[in-house]
Design a protein around this ligand. Structure first.
Ligand code: AMP
Ligand code: ZN
Length: 478
């Protein structure tokens, strides 16, 4: 497999450092609010890589942290009048719910910054001892950027020009160099108010955000990790600072591959609350959109390409998911032809191979989807020609290929699950469908149409087939 590494700016062959076991760290949500669909573009790419590595037979340690102490979480907790942990817990749960909604495989773990403070203190002590960090008169411990020769290698930023700009922001601080950043911050009244204060050799305080990720990554995955991921905005200063701290502390290369996901735009603009184009997963569900269509939308573009989120795009994704579900149903329901099999089975194997190779090539989803649609088209043509029949071995091979592709795409089963109506609801829908069939048999088309419209308004789609009326839920919301 090849991956694009932002540090070397090359697409290079990827092999894990330890054979068969891949160590990945993805910067996770800051749990001060609901994550938006932009965040979920980045997280969906984490899930895509996670699934693809597993599909290729690797064991994967995939950590996605919760940033549960920083300026925003503290301000949020104070605003809500809650202790920090209570405030952030709401958004931790919301993230896990949304990740489940979008069909993410569970990540290996979600370390919380607040659960690793002693390791952070020890890490800063080490940096101070070796002269990479210093205690300033304001009570903060700063990382001394000038002590790290490679500073700026990842982002190309942090040189003299940026230093001049930073100087203006730095006036309130006791930094020796305006590029220096806080590893440890002394406790402020608001920190005490929400309980965001821990002891340290430099007095009570709390860790800086950049430090949190370096410490969780190295202490849980080792000094050198295979892949570090995040959205493109994290390149500078967050990841630049992570490299500086980690490599100074351990003396080892920190991450072998840096993978950055391009930002999602909404209606061709940056997502923001003031523009009114700020969407969360739960809002889209409430509007009736299908989780599988949201997932499809977030994954359909290459992760380093522009992706513009629009409702038209979401409607197209809904149609794509439906087309794929219909295709799988058609293959499952195809009657068995006797003899003459093998042709479609070979085709299925070929397109599954192309699908996998596309993802091996820096997660090229558009090319993988092209292989998927070619399979759909070719099998449909064969089925049309053969009067809807196919040999048993062909059917098994096509269904296996689809399942293989969906092990990474993760939309088909997700779509089917959200279309399943359980219990009493199912009986009610079944009764309405039966009543409509009866009305049609009685040539009472007005009644039949009324029932169809009623169900459509609930998001239930009817399909009349020679075997009777089938129905599926296409929208999950109210
Ligand atoms: P945050 O909760 O702000 O720490 O962000 C969580 C993750 O979402 C980070 O990896 C960000 O880079 C990423 N992110 C933020 N905004 C967007 C966006 N519009 N598109 C894609 N990723 C984003
Ligand atoms: Zn991070």
């Amino acid at each position: 497999m090849k991956l694009h590494d932002s540090l070397t700016r090359q697409t290079r062959p990827f092999e894990p450092l330890r054979a068969g076991r891949v160590a990945v760290y993805g910067c996770g949500p800051t749990v001060y609010d609901f994550a938006h669909i932009g965040n979920f573009r980045t997280f969906a790419v984490y899930d895509l890589l996670h699934r693809h590595l597993r599909w290729r037979g690797h064991e994967v340690d995939f950590l996605v942290n919760f940033t549960d102490v920083d300026d925003k979480t503290i301000t949020g907790a104070a605003g809500a009048g809650l202790p920090l942990g209570e405030h952030t817990e709401t958004f931790v749960k919301a993230f896990l719910d949304d990740a489940g909604t979008l069909g993410f495989l569970p990540f290996s773990s979600h370390p919380r910054a607040t659960a690793h403070i002693p390791a952070m203190v020890a890490f800063v002590e080490r940096l101070v001892e070796q002269g990479s960090a210093y205690l300033a008169p304001d009570g903060s411990v700063y990382y001394a950027v000038a002590s790290f020769d490679d500073y700026g290698r990842l982002s190309g930023k942090g040189g003299e020009e940026d230093a001049a700009r930073a100087r203006i922001d730095a006036e309130d601080f006791d930094k020796r160099d305006p590029r220096d950043f806080a590893l440890w911050k002394p406790a402020q009244p608001v920190d005490r108010e929400v309980g965001a204060v821990w002891d340290s050799p430099w007095g009570p305080g709390r860790p800086g955000w950049h430090l949190e990720c370096s410490v969780m990554a190295t202490s849980l995955l080792g000094d050198t990790i295979d892949i570090h991921m995040g959205g493109e905005d994290l390149l500078f200063p967050h990841h630049e600072n992570e490299i500086a701290q980690s490599e100074a502390a351990t003396g080892q290369p920190f991450a072998r591959f840096w993978v950055h996901v391009k930002h999602l735009k909404v209606d061709a603009r940056k997502m923001s609350k003031s523009l009114g184009n700020f969407h969360t997963v739960r809002e889209l569900l409430n509007e009736g959109y299908d989780p599988a269509a949201i997932r499809w939308t977030l994954l359909s573009a290459h992760y380093r390409s522009e992706l513009n989120f629009t409702r038209d795009g979401l409607d197209d994704a809904t149609a794509s998911v439906q087309r794929l579900l219909d295709f799988r149903r058609r293959v499952r329901d195809a009657s068995t032809a006797t003899g003459g099999g093998g042709g479609l089975a070979a085709l299925a194997g070929e397109h599954l191979g192309a699908f996998g190779r596309a993802l091996d090539d820096d997660l090229n989803v558009p090319r993988a989807l092209a292989a998927l649609w070619t399979l759909v088209r070719e099998v449909n043509t064969e089925l049309d020609d053969a009067g809807g029949k196919m040999a048993g071995e062909d059917r098994d091979a096509v269904l296996d290929a689809l399942a293989g592709m969906d092990a990474v795409l993760g939309v088909l089963d997700l779509a089917e699950a959200s279309r399943t109506v359980a219990g009493a609801d199912e009986e009610r829908v079944r009764a309405l469908v039966d009543a409509r069939e009866q009305a049609r048999a009685d040539r009472d088309f007005a009644t039949a149409d009324r029932i169809r419209d009623e169900l459509a308004a609930e998001g239930i789609r009817l399909e009349d087939t020679p075997q009777g009326t089938r129905w599926t839920r296409v929208r999950t919301g109210p």
